[in-house]
Design a protein around this ligand. Structure first.
Ligand code: SF4
Ligand code: MG
Length: 333
């Protein structure tokens, strides 16, 4: 099936003290229509920078796409300016964030903000706008829509604000929803409700979802396919079953062993020692995971591992799976 979104060799750089550092370095993957693709990794892995790159929402003063393509239905979004991108944002591709408070305007009512989206991006008739806003609120499970439209963001709970954001995001029936940690700020019960809502909406609207998360529980619940990112690179990509039952990259394996146990009340810190290297401390050559990898070999510091297929529909960036490496783990089929 043809891809809806195809990211090819994306490099996103930040200028820090006159030098360019890549928070996203050579990222490629695609999203097919109606598919749920989860991008997973610890914070600082470049997941958010990657999604902001797609939406052309990078901080203007120091962030920019240096190389690569972001093909949406075959059209490259990377070179588009704000004006051109505005036509695509909201209408074709919508985005929801972790903290809806930052995306909602605190001094305008919910109704005003929802109406604006419909006025700017749809052909809904003026006299129908408010009715449509209320029906969108119903669609996301807010039954008191008639009251909520008169309220301000701070009067709503976090879960309700996220529902409002989802209502705004689907107002134009986008074909792709990018959701960056949409449930991280919410408590567990509300989290589950929001994920369920996204699934329901996805089904109703028939859209694809690119879901960015650090939470493997969310991945298990939602994903068709999974992209594992580490330090700005894709290190593994395959379908959700193989991520859980046949993980190959040492980082994916480490992530899996760090899933907090269900009976534990608080999330325990993961078992991978160390942290993602900061942007300015990234090793210039070799594997970016080397300092934390339990299977690291001397050559991992000298050779850049490439993302390569280990089997059909399964790609890994690790020298252990490199066909040319003597210690390779699997035959490359
Ligand atoms: Fe570990 Fe080497 Fe593979 Fe990197 S390339 S993940 S350091 S084994
Ligand atoms: Mg993030």
């Amino acid at each position: 099936q043809e891809a809806l979104l195809e990211i090819k060799n994306l490099h996103t750089g930040f200028n820090i003290g006159g030098k360019t550092y890549h928070a996203v370095k050579d990222v490629s993957f695609d999203v097919k229509p109606k598919e749920v693709v989860c991008v997973v990794g610890e914070s600082g892995c470049g997941k958010s920078v990657m999604s902001l790159s797609i939406m052309n929402l990078l901080p203007k003063h120091n962030g920019k796409i240096d190389k690569g393509e972001i093909l949406y239905k075959g059209r490259d979004l990377a070179p588009l300016n704000d004006n051109e991108m505005n036509k695509i944002r909201g209408k074709d591709i919508s985005m929801i964030f972790q903290e809806p408070m930052t995306a909602l305007n605190p001094v305008l009512t919910i109704g005003y903000q929802m109406d604006e989206v419909l006025i700017n991006h749809t052909k809904v008739k003026k006299e129908e706008i408010r009715k449509k806003s209320i029906s969108l609120l119903k669609q996301v499970g807010i039954s008191r829509g008639e009251q909520i439209v008169h309220e301000y963001p701070h009067q709503l709970s976090g879960g309700m604000r996220q529902r409002v954001m989802i209502a705004m995001a689907i107002a134009c029936q986008p074909q792709l929803l990018i959701a960056d940690e949409p449930t991280t700020a919410l408590d567990v019960t509300v989290q589950a409700q929001i994920l369920e809502l996204i699934t329901k909406i996805q089904d109703e609207v028939g859209m694809a979802v690119l879901l960015i998360t650090h939470d493997l529980g969310v991945v298990a619940e939602m994903a068709d396919r999974v992209v594992v990112m580490y330090a700005g690179q894709v290190v593994e990509e395959t379908d959700v079953d193989r991520i859980f039952y046949d993980p190959q990259h040492p980082y994916t394996k480490a992530l899996l062993t760090s899933i907090p146990r269900m009976d534990e009340e608080r999330e325990v810190l993961n078992t991978i020692s160390g942290i993602v290297p900061s942007l300015t401390k990234m090793p210039e050559v070799g594997c970016r995971f080397v300092d934390r990898c339990p299977e690291a070999m001397p050559e991992c510091r000298q050779i850049d591992p490439q993302l390569g297929q280990t089997e059909k529909g399964h790609s890994v960036r690790c020298l252990l799976y490199d066909a040319s490496h003597p210690d390779k783990k699997t035959e490359v089929r």
